[in-house]
Design a protein around this ligand. Sequence first.
Ligand code: SF4
Length: 228
Amino acid sequence: MKIGGFTRFSLIDYPGHMCAIIFTQGCNLRCFYCQNPELVLPEKFAQPIAQEEIFTFLEKRKGLIDAVEFSGGEPLLQDGLIDTIEKIKIMGYLIKIDTNGTIPDILNEILKTRLVDYIAMDIKSSLKNYENIAKVKVDNNAITESINIIMENAPDYEFRTTVVKGFHDKDEIEKIGSLVRGAKRFFIQRVLFIKTLEDGFKAEDFTEEELQEFKKTMTKYVKYCTIR
Ligand code: SF4
């Protein structure tokens, strides 16, 4: 397993929990707005962090933080992911995984272990526009399969869309909503342009009114929706 970053404490990434975050190296997508290019582009990878370092930290923090998130990159691409999750789960931590939803077989396998407590899946756009954001070929069936697997089998979950002016509008939100109809939790995420995979990419921010309109639209499809 290749770990490219580690955040010791976050209050905002796992609803209701204090978590540490393990960032894995490598992704099969190339979303132009990606805010972690150093975890996606192999030429930008840093020397991986040793797992033992993280295990030692987690042993010491038992009772102070209660969850560990795997983010990336795309964590489901990692060899040895289940072994690592198992070791952390044995320490008593809740486990959250962030995924882009392109590898349903592995997602299914991981959920079957019952080691994972929460899945967060990105929905980039409507299926028709996926490749305009991911910038690589995407199997739309894999996306819908992952959505179904999560809604049927994940103990807890969220879907989320990072919205970018010029790519997302009310019609896109309607189409995304119909993909996740009946879902428990949905987050509309503002994009930050501090650093992006496509160097120097910028777009105008959505206004608060526009974001509220997206939220109102998504609320027709899901049980809970908010903006973050
Ligand atoms: S946004 Fe997520 S799925 Fe897209 S390139 Fe970055 S890490 Fe990969």
